[in-house]
Design a binder for this molecule. Sequence first.
Ligand SMILES: Nc1ncnc2c1ncn2[C@@H]1O[C@H](COP(=O)(O)OP(=O)(O)OP(=O)(O)O)[C@@H](O)[C@H]1O
Length: 253
Amino acid sequence: MITIEHLHYQLAGGTPILKDITTHIPKGGITALVGPNGAGKSTLFAHIARLQTIQQGKILIDQLDVSKTPIDEMAKKIAILRQDNTVNSRITVERMLMFGRYPYHKGRPRTEDVEIVNATLEQFQLVDLRERFMTELSGGQRQRVMVAMVFCQSTDYLLLDEPLNNLDMYHSRQLMQQLRHIADTYQRTIVVVLHDINYASAYADYIIGMKSGEVILEGKPTAVLTEHNLERLFGVNVPIVMINGYPMVMHYL
Ligand SMILES: Nc1ncnc2c1ncn2[C@@H]1O[C@H](COP(=O)(O)OP(=O)(O)OP(=O)(O)O)[C@@H](O)[C@H]1O
C-alpha cells in the first residue's frame, strides 16, 4: 500500500501545487488517477517515485519511507513511466528493455535478465520490433516499448502517467487488458493516470480524483463515477449509462 500523509508542495513563489494531501493507494490491482489538466497528478507521481523532494508530509510504500529510502532500493520497488518519455537516442527496443533491468544487473546482464527481456518482448508483442531503433518507431509503438520497459523492472509498483498517449483504439484497449493481466497474474500494483474516464471505469479497481492540488474523491468506480462527481471534478454535466455493470460516461454527446 502507498500511504500519503499531509503531502504539501508549493512553488518557490508560494503557489501551492499539492495541498495537504492525505490518501492511500491500495496494494494490488489497478488504481486510476483522474482529474483535469493541471490538477497535480504528475506532481504527485513525481513525489511517490522520489523524483521530487518532499517539502512537507510523508509517503510510505509498504512501510518504506520514500524520503529516507536510497534511490537504488526504490528502483527495485517502484517504476515510473513519465509523460515526457521521449527517447531520441539510437538504442534498440531490446536494449531499451535491458536498460530497464539496470538496477539488477548494473551493466552486466545475466541469464535471468535476458530471460525477462525475452518474455516481456513476447508479452507486449514486440518481438518483431526487437532490433529496431527507438527512433524508427511510431509514437504508439514507442509508447508500448516504454510501458514494457517499466514492466521489465520487476517492481511491485508501476506508475504510468498517461500510457494511452498516442495509442489507437485497438492498442489502448489491448494495453488496458495487459495492465489488468499484469495486476492479476503477477500481483503487481498499477497506478495509472487516465484521461479517458471510461477506461478507468472498465479496468480500475479504485479511482482517485484530483482537482486543484487536492484529492476530492476516491473509491470504487461504481461508487465514485456519478454525474454529480463528474460535475465536481471536471465541471461537465454529462449523462452516465450502465453497460455490463460499468458506469460509462457519455461525454461525447
Ligand atoms: N516545473 C514546473 N514548474 C512550475 N510549475 C509547474 C511545473 N510543473 C507543473 N507545474 C504546475 O503544477 C500544476 C500541476 O501540474 P501537473 O503536471 O502535476 O498536473 P497534471 O494533473 O498532471 O496535469 P495534466 O493532466 O495536464 O498532465 C500545474 O498548475 C502546473 O502548471
